[in-house]
Design a protein around this ligand. Structure first.
Ligand code: SF4
Length: 895
């Protein structure tokens, strides 16, 4: 066992003992001896530029910076001798010389202002005027008359976010910190992560929230409501109102950092169009009603459906935005109250191919490693993920590694922010992942770069795999994927030789007709090179929504119960657990439900937290299906597009700030969602609604839960891998499953000695079958849809925040060559037409997309890009092929 050495020191005359390696400042914080630290932020390396934290060590007349000086055995430290205090006062006095005293009085809580007051300097200060305040940014104000040149903003932007927005210019008295726009902050390259405002000790860069809402009375630690990174946040609260959000500095996930969505985009929760009463649509008009009436009405209609058409005439959707507990209950409701396996969730449209591929080959359909492996990897294979925009905190951590010299291999049809750091950008033609990955495997085998021992001991299917893969030379693949063989060879060598190599992938791999096979191809590469089951390696899907992993793991999937237990094998176990008979037939997934609705076989849907009509591809066909339903219940915060057009009953729900439960992030971490504020009167948490509905439908005995903790305890009984994860153990930062016993520490890395599937994993030889969606004379371009930084999915939340002031529409990104031939100009509204439909959106002429390809986001309901997208879907799990639609682009005037 590693032995920790203790160091004995004397601080201000008292003896203490600390672990070695700490700075004097670290230990002063522990014993709560406070000294000014104006250039210090624990997220950054110590800079020792403000010189206010100086202390006396071993009576040396030269004072030492406590932030930079390590403790040593026998050290005698004095922190508040009169001469030290005088020295500090002198420094602070100099800093305050030109400083506007009015701001010290207005914001006494600011770190710098606190010390001015502490040392009694405020009364000495001149009445300097404030500078002109730059209000241009939606979330931050800038007043550089309050800058004290601590450079925390500059360093945190460079080191944590890697954005390099703030710059120091000039010297001496003329020294200034300015943004890279040189004029208004809003014109800078800022990505609005807010780290500079967070660290600024004076308020020179200040959150508008602080000005608008004031200081919180207390803070509550909880989890971000957006993506699958699962950043931990500290939410400020006053009078049951959110005042602002900061990053949890000690979180192992985000390490004190957040992106613009997690930090700032929370005001949707107080949006004036939030629905706070249940509603029933009668004669085409919405009527506000009571919960009792709404639930009885739903119960009566659902029972009519079951009576007339059978339980399989109803389809139920859980939500990747709802908690594990909500999702556990909704699938239990479908199976035990309605009696159908027709239950699915939005994981179907994004990462179901990942779950399928990884469970088929490895036995567990989840990330093999953890975010903490980022700092252990030498090479990053970033496949089909624009991480810096879609999972910004993971992106920032990878960027930090790239700047320290790690190798990046980017596989993406577009140039993304990572491309500038990449040693190889394999800018493949959209839809050709399989040939590219097969060719990488061919190079690895041909050149003997595979891990011989790993293959010998842990792999099967080697000979067959080798036989198929040898056909996939880089030259052959290059003709399909349009990546030069030299680049394929170089990237393959880098991935195989510079280990540990870690792979992160996103929807650029999964949202294809060969999505599941695309993930299998990545798993093959990891197995070939032994990049699995070890630190700094693995196959790691970056989940889009915060609980994608959890919603399907809870059993919102027609073919599995909770814990990915197959319905055909585990029916009797779940019948015993739930004390009721369960349906044995195969259920329908979401695309199948829509098809059944179109054919008149599915009559009713209950949809939790999911805007189906806006987000499914080929919107006209989706709408045809939804229009055919006899009855639809929507459970959501807002009247989303699906509810507006098709719902009969609307049940309003609490936001993630207003309820408890757990989420499961991309690295299998179960995280506690803590209630920050009370929901508006008339609104319930999803799980409460489900329990009440079950009661009204006569199944109260199966849903006797008075808290999310009780629900989670039932999940623990249903799924052995989380049995050891109790609510008590989730403080502060959660645990990663598998965690089968209550003394188990959780699992950071899967498949270390053996795979979940057994001692050996089988390599999968993969053939390439191009998608049927191909360009033609009429539709000569390929549209790829995807995400960007400021908006999230259907835009339900982010379009109700000032993020819409940063970006207020979707854009069509088109290569200059194609724009020229069509005659399009920047910002011009263009018409985009596919065989499925058409819409119009403004153009961005963008050399980062390939010639012949286009890119558009899908968040804006006025654009509604899914009117155009293709309904083709993955061969294994029916995830839609959002990444490939053949289209043409027309000038609006040419229509
Ligand atoms: Fe939230 Fe994801 Fe941003 Fe983290 S990276 S703050 S989880 S949206």
């Amino acid at each position: 066992m590693f032995e920790r050495h203790m160091v004995k020191v004397i601080i201000n005359g008292k003896a203490y003992s600390f672990e070695e390696g700490k700075s004097i400042l670290d230990v002063l914080k522990v014993i709560q001896v406070h000294v000014p630290t104006l250039c210090y932020d624990e997220r950054l390396p110590a800079a020792h530029s403000c010189r206010t934290c100086l202390v006396k060590v071993n009576e040396d007349p030269k004072l030492l910076p406590s932030c930079m000086t390590r403790i040593a055995n026998g050290m005698k430290i004095e922190t508040h001798l009169p001469e030290i205090e005088e020295y500090r006062k002198g420094i602070l006095r100099m800093m305050a010389e030109e400083y506007p005293v009015s701001t010290v009085r207005a914001y006494p809580e600011k770190e710098f202002h606190h010390w001015l007051n502490y040392y009694g300097l405020t009364n000495e200060m001149k009445d300097n005027p404030c500078g002109s305040i730059d209000h241009s940014h939606p979330y931050m104000d800038v007043d550089m008359s309050r800058c004290i040149s601590c450079f925390r903003c500059v360093r945190i932007c460079n080191k944590l976010q890697g954005q390099f927005v703030w710059h120091v210019i000039n010297r001496g008295d003329r020294l200034k910190v300015i943004s890279d726009s040189k004029d208004s902050f809003n014109n800078s390259s800022c990505v609005s992560c807010g780290a500079c405002a967070d660290t600024c000790p004076t308020g020179a860069i200040e959150d508008k929230n602080v000005i608008r809402y004031g200081l919180p009375a207390h803070t509550v630690r909880t989890v971000c409501a957006y993506c699958g990174v699962g950043c931990e946040i500290e939410v400020g609260v006053k009078n049951n109102t959110i005042t602002g959000i900061h990053a949890a500095v000690d979180s192992p996930v985000n390490r004190g950092h957040l992106c613009v969505k997690g930090r700032y985009a929370w005001e949707y929760s107080v949006s004036s169009d939030r629905i706070t009463h249940p509603m029933i649509r009668r004669n085409g008009e919405w009527e506000v009603t009571s919960w009792e009436e709404a639930l009885h009405y739903c119960s009566q209609r659902l029972q009519e459906m079951v009576g007339q058409h059978g339980p399989d005439s109803i389809g139920i959707l859980g939500s990747a935005r709802a908690t594990n507990e909500d999702n556990y209950l909704i699938q239990k409701f479908a199976r035990t109250v309605i009696g159908t396996n027709n239950v699915d969730c939005c994981a179907r449209v994004c990462h179901q191919p990942t779950a399928k591929a990884m469970s088929l080959i490895l036995g567990t359909g989840a990330a093999t490693n953890s975010f903490n492996d980022i700092e252990k990897a030498k090479t990053f294979l970033l496949a089909g993920t624009n991480t810096c925009e879609n999972h910004p905190i993971v992106g920032a951590r990878i960027k930090q590694m790239a700047r320290k010299g790690a190798n990046l291999i980017v596989v993406d049809p577009r140039k993304t922010e990572f491309t500038q750091y990449a040693k190889f950008h394999l800018q493949l033609k959209a839809g050709t992942n399989i040939p590219l990955f097969n060719a990488m495997a061919q190079v690895i085998i041909e050149e003997g770069l595979y891990d011989h021992q790993f293959i010998e001991e842990r792999i099967e299917g080697w000979e067959e795999y080798k036989r198929v893969i040898q056909e996939w030379t880089p030259e052959r693949a290059s003709k399909i994927c349009r990546v030069h063989p030299r680049l394929i060879r170089g990237a393959s060598r880098m991935y195989a030789n510079n280990t540990p190599s870690i792979c992160f992938h996103g929807l650029g791999i999964t949202e294809h007709t060969q999505g599941t096979e695309g993930v299998m191809a990545l798993v093959n590469l990891a197995l070939l090179t032994g990049n699995i089951g070890k630190p700094g390696t693995g196959i790691n899907p970056l989940r889009g929504q915060n609980n994608v992993q959890g919603s399907s793991a809870m059993g919102c999937d027609p073919s599995v119960y909770t814990g990915m237990a197959p319905v055909e094998k585990e029916k009797s176990r779940f019948e015993k657990l739930w004390q009721t008979l369960l349906p044995g037939n195969r259920g329908l997934n979401l695309p199948e439900m829509l098809e059944a609705a179109r054919k008149g076989k599915l009559k009713s849907m209950w949809i939790v937290g999911y805007d189906v009509s806006f987000t499914m591809p080929d919107a006209n066909r989706t709408e045809e299906a939804l229009r055919n339903l006899d009855f639809m219940v929507i459970q959501d915060m807002f009247m989303n597009e699906t509810a507006q057009k098709f719902a009969d009953v609307f049940l309003p729900v609490a936001t993630s700030f207003e309820k408890e439960g757990t989420f499961m992030n991309s690295e299998r971490r179960i995280q506690k969602l803590r209630k920050v504020i009370s929901p508006p009167a008339g609104v319930m948490a999803d799980w409460e609604i489900i329990c009440r509905m079950a009661e009204v439908m006569g199944k109260k005995d199966l849903f006797v839960f008075s808290s999310t903790q009780e629900i989670w305890n039932e999940v623990r009984k249903a799924w052995h891998a989380v049995y050891g994860i109790t609510y008590e153990r989730l403080d502060p930062s959660g645990l990663q499953w598998p965690c089968p016993t209550i003394d188990h520490a959780g699992t950071e890395i899967l498949h270390q000695d053996t795979f979940t599937i057994g001692s050996r994993a089988r390599l999968r030889p993969l053939d390439y079958t191009p998608t049927r969606e191909q360009v033609s004379a009429l539709y000569p371009l390929i549209l790829i849809t995807g995400r960007e930084l400021y908006h999230f999915n259907a835009g339900t939340m982010t379009y109700r925040t000032p993020n819409k002031d940063i970006l207020n529409t979707d854009f069509l990104h088109i290569h200059p060559h194609d724009a020229y031939h069509i005659g399009l100009e920047e910002n011009e509204l263009a018409n985009i037409v596919s065989i499925y439909g058409e819409t119009a959106l403004p153009v961005v002429i963008d050399p980062s997309v390939r010639k012949g390809e286009l890119f558009a986001t899908f968040n804006n309901k006025d654009v509604f890009i899914n009117k155009v997208t293709s309904p083709l879907n993955d061969n294994y799990v029916q995830t839609p092929e959002y990444k490939i639609t053949a289209v043409r682009v027309e000038k609006m005037s040419a229509k």
